[in-house]
Each structure stands twice: as structure tokens, then as C-alpha cells.
Design a protein around this ligand. Structure first.
Ligand code: FO1
Length: 329
């Protein structure tokens, strides 16, 4: 089975880890000879930022570290057992920014990525090399950046004199508390889907949308030329998992992002953003009454919270089962 997923950072990463777990479990439980499952993950690169001359790709790195067993689980970003000696020294020099923490182990990723990009390799090629180090191919997981072009989400702040800041400054420094007028993806006008991205959607047996932020993660990937059309045109069923429970985001600031684009923070309204290509929508039991025109909504049999690998595997399994039961409508 070829499964393609669109993913943001930690929510996407935990979902894919759960999916991998579920597939392994399913193979063992049924003893079935399904053959190896291939998972292609299309990662958001709108969060990317250049700091201290280094290219940082937070969502791709969350996927690499989580799937490779090196993530800081409690924090939800960065490496486990991290230290901050390099950044402390940078701060002693008065180097900025001081609001974005870059750990020593994490810095190694950004250094090597920047070196390889500087040598002329594409972000896809660099990501494939990083994925090798984290053992993704051995798990049957292929990680593709949505595009090889440098794109960055910027946030236009509301105010008498509107000004734009990088998404990370708004998200991390301002904690998304500064009222925003809109999101702009710098570089998207010149971007093209990375090699394999559109093909992975078109040729998939199942397409899944993890419970990633619908605006600044999934929404950004959908803006890459050809992605939305490929989702509309694929023969695969497309099933999403709600990132909201009872109107509140599971983590992050999805509600604030939705308000910025004028969409109600309800699971039905989020599904509405995908309604032109979505076949199935998995919601929390608290949202069981949700209906979305043209989309089969199913309530999970437990909370839609990925509190453990087993819980994430259950959720991913339910999304997959919903997709397999639906086929393409
Ligand atoms: N998030 C924070 O809240 N504070 C940080 O200092 C921070 C540093 C950081 C460094 C590398 C990285 O890959 C991610 C980092 N994040 C940090 C997470 C990141 O800003 C966001 O959570 C994602 O971009 C949103 O998906």
C-alpha cells in the first residue's frame, strides 16, 4: 500500500510515527503478506528560516527527529538531551535573535544542511541524506519537502502601520498573541512542487492529512502549485484527522490562525477548507455531530489525542480504515 501524507511539524510527526506503528502491528496481528507499505510524507517548509547564516527547517526536522527517535518529546521540537553551549556563547556576543533556541545537536543538522545546500544540492536531496541518518528509508518512509524553492510564511500584523514579521517571530517570540491580518508566503510565486510530490499524491492508494495546523502547515502545502489539483484528481481516498477538539486546538495556535483567515474554529469549518478533495474526516467523540457536505465524518472511538505512540497508532489506524472503507467518492 502506498500512503501519502501532508504534514506539519510535531502533530504530523507523531501521526506518521503512529501510522508506522499501526502498519507494523497490523502486519504482525494478521500475519498478512500485504508487502511492504510505503509512506511518503510531504513536509511543510513555510516555517523555514535562516538564522546565523544557517537554514533551519523546523517541520522537516520535527519529522526527522520524531521518526528517528531523537526528538525532545515533552518540548515538542528540537532534540532530546540537548545542550545550548553554542547559543549561549552567541548570546554572550550579543548575537540575535535571542528568542529562538537552537541547541548544539540541532545546530549540527542546520550546519550540514546549509553546507550541502551551499554546495548546490536541492533541499530534496539534502533532506534525503538527513533522512538516511535518522533511518527513515529503513522504515519505508520517504520524506519530501513540499518544494525545493526557499519559501517562508510571513505574518502581516494588524495595526495602524501594518508590518510583516517572519512566521517564527510571530509564533515563538510573540506567541501568536499579536493580532494578525493575514499570512503571506514569500517565494511561493516562484515555487514548484519538489520532485515526486505531485506523483506521490496522484499514485497513492490512500492520502492522509494528519491533525496538523490547517492554515500555516497544511494550508501552506496546499498553496504549492499543483498540490491541490493533484488532491482533487487522485484516485486515492483522501482522509483527514481533525486538529480541533470541541473548537480548541490540540496544540499550537490553530484557532488564532483560523480567525486570521476568517474561518470559524470548528472541526466542520476546518473540513470545509478541504471540501473540494476530502472524502473522509475523523473527529473526536466530542464532535460526533459534525456534518460536512460531501464528506463522510466518523467519530474516533476515543479522544483524538496523540498522548502516546499507541494512541497515535490507534488514530492513524482509524483514519486508514476510514479511507479503505470509503474508496474515492
Ligand atoms: N519553538 C519555540 O517555542 N521556541 C523555540 O525557541 C524554538 C526553537 C526551535 C528551534 C528549531 C526548531 O526546529 C524548532 C524550534 N521551535 C521552537 C519550534 C517551532 O518554532 C514551531 O513550533 C514550528 O515551526 C511550528 O510548527
Amino acid at each position: 500500500m502506498r500512503i501519502t501524507a501532508l504534514a506539519g511539524g510535531i502533530g504530523g510527526a507523531r501521526f506518521i510515527r503512529g501510522l508506522r506503528h499501526h502498519l507494523d502491528q497490523r502486519g504482525n496481528d494478521t500475519g498478512s503478506a500485504d508487502g511492504p507499505h510505503e509512506i511518503t510524507v510531504i513536509g511543510n517548509t513555510g516555517d523555514d528560516i535562516t538564522l546565523f547564516g544557517l537554514r533551519v527547517c523546523p517541520d522537516l526536522d520535527s519529522l526527522l527527529y520524531t521518526l528517528g527517535g531523537g526528538a525532545h518529546e515533552e518540548q515538542g521540537w528540537g532534540r532530546a538531551e540537548e545542550s545550548y553551549r553554542v547559543q549561549d556563547e552567541l548570546l554572550a556576543y550579543g548575537a540575535q535573535p535571542d528568542w529562538f533556541r537552537l541547541g548544539d545537536l540541532d545546530l549540527a543538522t542546520h550546519i550540514v544542511r546549509s553546507q550541502w545546500l551551499g554546495q548546490g544540492h536541492t533541499l530534496s536531496a539534502v533532506t534525503a541524506r538527513l533522512a538516511q541518518r535518522w533511518g527513515l528509508p529503513d522504515q519505508g518512509i520517504r520524506l519530501l519537502p513540499m518544494t525545493d524553492h526557499p519559501v517562508e510564511t510571513h505574518v502581516v500584523l494588524s495595526g495602524e502601520e501594518p508590518r510583516a514579521v517572519h512566521f517564527q517571530e510571530w509564533w515563538v517570540r510573540m506567541r501568536a498573541a499579536e493580532p494578525a491580518e493575514r499570512f503571506v508566503v514569500a517565494g511561493m510565486d516562484r515555487a514548484a512542487a519538489a520532485p515526486g510530490v505531485l506523483e506521490a499524491i496522484r499514485s497513492a492508494d490512500v492520502v492522509l492529512l494528519p491533525p496538523s495546523n490547517p492554515v500555516v502547515s497544511i494550508g501552506i502545502i496546499l498553496g504549492v502549485p499543483g498540490v491541490r489539483d493533484s488532491l482533487r484528481g487522485t484516485a486515492a481516498p483522501v482522509v483527514g484527522v481533525s486538529p480541533l477538539i470541541g473548537g480548541a486546538p490540540v496544540r499550537g495556535h490553530a484557532d488564532t490562525c483560523l480567525a486570521t483567515i476568517g474561518v470559524e474554529a470548528t472541526t466542520g469549518a476546518v473540513a470545509g477548507l478541504y471540501a473540494d478533495f476530502l472524502d473522509g474526516w475523523l473527529v473526536d467523540p466530542a464532535d460526533a455531530t459534525t456534518t460536512v457536505r460531501g464528506v463522510r465524518t466518523a467519530a474516533h472511538d476515543g479522544p483524538l489525542l496523540m498522548t502516546s505512540v499507541a494512541a497515535a497508532a490507534d488514530i492513524a489506524g482509524a483514519a486508514l480504515d476510514l479511507a479503505l472503507s470509503l474508496g474515492r467518492s
